[in-house]
Each structure stands twice: as structure tokens, then as C-alpha cells.
Design a protein around this ligand. Structure first.
Ligand code: UD1
Length: 341
């Protein structure tokens, strides 16, 4: 029989791609809980178009404990939760830290309480490579100690990881995986689902695509004097569908009890660092034109280079990236044209 999985933040970028992957695996039934303050309920129509399956979204704020718990009364057969619902903008978290602590810790608290109260056995948590802080030794593996968080957003992820570890000491009936994402980018290969970025996006790929489509007139490469091969920052970009696939494999791993500890941590990255200028070059090849960018100053808070050692996820989850940088750009470009058409 199929297990029923609740995805919090299911109308969001990674949440919706994960729902698609869960459905396509044929092993899981899915419900979504998303208030859509940072997403849109239309995402579920996109999911339906791609999979042919109608997924129910409960328009509930996970911070609202009473409303959130009510979803379990209707769905007492939920056996696993994949918890995405959180705010994720680094700059905003610096400007409004308390909003980040209230939301990201509040949603986590209610998810853990729900697991205890309703006997949910499996939890996957959406964490971030941001928990490592400013690292010096590359690549980053899961033994790399957490550094000082360089923004409240990263700090909330560190605290949430700690909350899960502590709760699992007490709640012996559950198991969990903490998934630390590097830089998820791209869109569904159909171009029908992708990231709904703000009008003025901060992340590199949405900015590049907005410049390519003319939504933005120009962009800046933040820093070309770093000690890297071409002077621009290096990051570990991976396709959102690969991230989604890791969640299916992660849930399988918990359901099949293949772990050696009830809470395990996995980095999710391609293991391949690419510079901003290399990303621009890949984008120009895909969109077939020169992009209007200028070389500018460093962005405060950026680290020169970070990329993952994902050996653990490769070996234990049997997870490998299927998409390369061209696939990332092609899908992002299809999505950009779809939303602007
Ligand atoms: C950031 C967050 C990370 C979060 C991720 C996705 C930090 C330290 N980390 O990662 O926690 O999970 O976003 O939301 O903030 N760049 C340009 N020009 C632009 C935009 C970006 O050159 O217009 C460069 C940046 O300087 C950086 C690279 O592109 O070197 C990637 O930036 P971005 O997409 O914002 O991701 P991160 O900063 O790596």
C-alpha cells in the first residue's frame, strides 16, 4: 500500500518539484499544506498538468497549530512529512530577524509536535549549506562543523536541525533526515513549473533569466577579485529535479529503515563548483545571445567558494545528479519564457 506523505510548503519551488517526484515514483500519495504567502495555489494545477494527479493543498499556515493539527484529523494516515515551509531570503532575514525566527522555528515546532501527537514516523527536513557558515576547507562534507551563521536565515536552519536532534532523543518512534541543499536552480524540463521569484530577484539564475528575457535591463557580477580561477565566486549549482529526486530516495531510505542512526545528515550538491562567469557563459550558449552584465563590487556576506562532497548521498541514498548545467539553463529559460508569455 502507498504511504501518505505530507509536504509542507508544497506550492513552493522545491516543494512542488518534490511532489511531482513523489507521485512519479508510484510509491507515495501526497497532500500539501501551504498558506501560499510566498507561493501560489496555481502551482497545484501545474503539478496536475505534469503528473495527471490532483494533489490537495490545505491553505493553512503551519505556524497556526490548531489549523495545522486539524489537517491530521482529516488525514490520520500520514506516515511521513517533508518539511519545506519556511522563509528563505537571506537579506530579508537580516532586516526582519524576528519574523524569520517566529516563522521558521514556529513551523518546525508544530511539525515536530504533530509527529509526536499523530504518530508520524518519518521526517525529511529542508536545510541549507548555509549552516556551514564561512568554511575554509573544500569540498564540504557532513563532518564539517557548523560555522557561525552569517545571517538569521542560516541561524534558523541551525536551530531547526538542533530541534530535530533533541526531539528524536525523546520521540523514539520517529526517524529523520536533514538535507543540506547547496544551490538549487532550474525548472521542470517541461518548462511548466519553476521558481516564482520576486520582481527583483536576488539569486543568480532568476536574475540571469530576467536579463535574458528583458524583464531586467542589466545585471552585475558581484566581485571579480576573489581568489578563484576567474575571480568570480564559485557555488555548487544543482538541478531542482535532482533535489526532488533526493527526497524520494531519502523517504525510501527511512521507510525501508536502511539507516544506522535515527537522524542522519546528507549534503545535496553536485560536487562540482562553477563560477558566476562560467554560469553566464553557459546561459549565453542556451539563450543564444550575449547577456548584458557588468563586472561589479563584491556583495557583502558572500563567501568566495563553496561546493559539496555528496559522497554520503551518492553511496547511501543511491542518489546521483542526472542534470548538468546546460539542462539547468535550458529548463530555467523555458520556464522564464512560459511565465512571461
Ligand atoms: C544564497 C544563500 C543560501 C540560499 C540560496 C538560495 C547566502 C550566503 N546564501 O546562496 O543560503 O540557500 O541563496 O536562496 O546568501 N550573483 C551575482 N549577481 C547577481 C546575483 C548573484 O554575481 O545578480 C552571484 C553571488 O554573488 C554568488 C552567486 O551569484 O556568488 C550565487 O548567488 P545566489 O544565487 O544569491 O546564491 P548564494 O548566495 O550562493
Amino acid at each position: 500500500m502507498k504511504q501518505k506523505i505530507m509536504v509542507t510548503g508544497g506550492c513552493g519551488y522545491i516543494g512542488s518539484h518534490t511532489i511531482i517526484a513523489l507521485i512519479e515514483s508510484g510509491k507515495y500519495d501526497v497532500i500539501s499544506v501551504d498558506s501560499c504567502v510566498r507561493s501560489t495555489p496555481e502551482t497545484m494545477s501545474r503539478v496536475e498538468k505534469i503528473t495527471g494527479v490532483k494533489v490537495k493543498n490545505y491553505p493553512v499556515d503551519v505556524c497556526d497549530k490548531a489549523a495545522f493539527f486539524k489537517v491530521f484529523e482529516e488525514n490520520p494516515d500520514v506516515t511521513g512529512i517533508i518539511h519545506f515551509a519556511a522563509y528563505k531570503a537571506v537579506g530579508e532575514s537580516v532586516e526582519q530577524p524576528l519574523m524569520y525566527y517566529r516563522n521558521n522555528l514556529g513551523t518546525m515546532m508544530n511539525v515536530l509536535e504533530a509527529c509526536e501527537k499523530f504518530g508520524v514516523k518519518h521526517l525529511l527536513f529542508s536545510s541549507s549549506a548555509a549552516v556551514y557558515g564561512d568554511i575554509e576547507k573544500l569540498p564540504v562534507n557532513e563532518q564539517t562543523p557548523m560555522g557561525l551563521a552569517n545571517c538569521p536565515y542560516a541561524h534558523t536552519k541551525q536551530i531547526c536541525e538542533g530541534m530535530i536532534q533533541s526531539e528524536l532523543e525523546a520521540n523514539k518512534a520517529m526517524d529523520a533526515l536533514i538535507l543540506r541543499y547547496f544551490n538549487p536552480v532550474g525548472a521542470h524540463p517541461t518548462g511548466l513549473n519553476g521558481e516564482l521569484s520576486p520582481d527583483k530577484p536576488n539569486n543568480l539564475i532568476p536574475v540571469i533569466m530576467h536579463v535574458a528575457s528583458g524583464v531586467l535591463p542589466q545585471m552585475t557580477v558581484f566581485g571579480t577579485d576573489y581568489n578563484t580561477r576567474d575571480g568570480s565566486c564559485i557555488r555548487d549549482y544543482l538541478h531542482v529535479c535532482d533535489i526532488a529526486d533526493a527526497h524520494v530516495k531519502g523517504m525510501d531510505y527511512l521507510v525501508e529503515g536502511r539507516y544506522s542512526k535515527r537522524c542522519e545528515i546528507f549534503n545535496l550538491g553536485s560536487g562540482n563548483g562553477l563560477s558566476v562567469l562560467e554560469m553566464l557563459d553557459a546561459a549565453e550558449k542556451v539563450v543564444g545571445k550575449k547577456l548584458n552584465y557588468v563586472l561589479g563590487d563584491r556583495r557583502p556576506g558572500d563567501i568566495p567558494a563553496i561546493y559539496a562532497d555528496s559522497t554520503r548521498a551518492n553511496e547511501l541514498l543511491g542518489w546521483h545528479c542526472r542534470y548538468d548545467v546546460t539542462d539547468m539553463m535550458e529548463s530555467a529559460w523555458k520556464w522564464e519564457r512560459f511565465i512571461n508569455s
